[in-house]
Design a protein around this ligand. Sequence first.
Ligand code: ADP
Ligand code: ADP
Ligand code: ZN
Length: 214
Amino acid sequence: MNIVLLGPPGAGKGTQAARLQAQRGMIQMSTGDMLREAVAQGSPVGLEAKAVMAAGELVSDAIVSALIGERLDAAGSNGAIFDGFPRTREQAEALDLLLAERGRSLDYVIELEVEEDALVERIAGRFSCARCGASYHDRFNLPRQQDLCDLCGSSEFVRRPDDNEQTVRRRMAEYRAKTEPILPYYEERGLVRRVDGMASVEQVAAQIDAILDS
Ligand code: ADP
Ligand code: ADP
Ligand code: ZN
């Protein structure tokens, strides 16, 4: 099973992708995480992406599609969850090609429907595990045990430099202008399923499970 999680910044894509990876052995493919890794390493891709990400704009289609291509072979038979990719029509077409080359295809595109007003608050309170990337929230989604990651037990957490209000607004505008318009591309093929992303983390998880198990 290969699925795409689609939704604006703060919709809950990373939270749900990490859970699916932990519970179903699917592989989380987050281009945001891959790019942050590249920035931290100071690789050529990271050097190119750093300022673009800080501005809340989109990194080039060629770079992110290449990152996904490199990792796709690591996704075993349990499939992949694409989180934050594709973000443009060009990336959607690149993904289809990358999957087809491996005899695979998309099963579902799950759109997390959220109210934009709630997203700034979600993003302002977001922090994540420094080791495994699991996403938490100061109010909505604290680790079960204080200061210990639910998924990997690490006690080190980080906050993203681009999680500030100004950059968030820019990222939302990018989503509306470039990412939302790819929905019809998937709708034509009957792949889109909608989920109420304003529900609790557990309720969103239950809605996604119902789709995957249908
Ligand atoms: P969020 O979790 O807020 O949706 P991400 O972690 O997915 O954000 O992405 C953070 C930043 O990384 C984006 O604002 C963008 O600059 C860059 N980025 C991530 N994925 C892509 C992509 N598929 N195409 C272009 N840029 C991307
Ligand atoms: P995305 O990957 O789409 O940018 P995240 O999964 O990182 O979004 O979630 C953004 C923030 O909102 C995180 O702090 C996360 O813990 C929190 N969050 C995720 N899902 C929900 C939810 N259903 N209700 C409330 N907060 C949530
Ligand atoms: Zn962790």
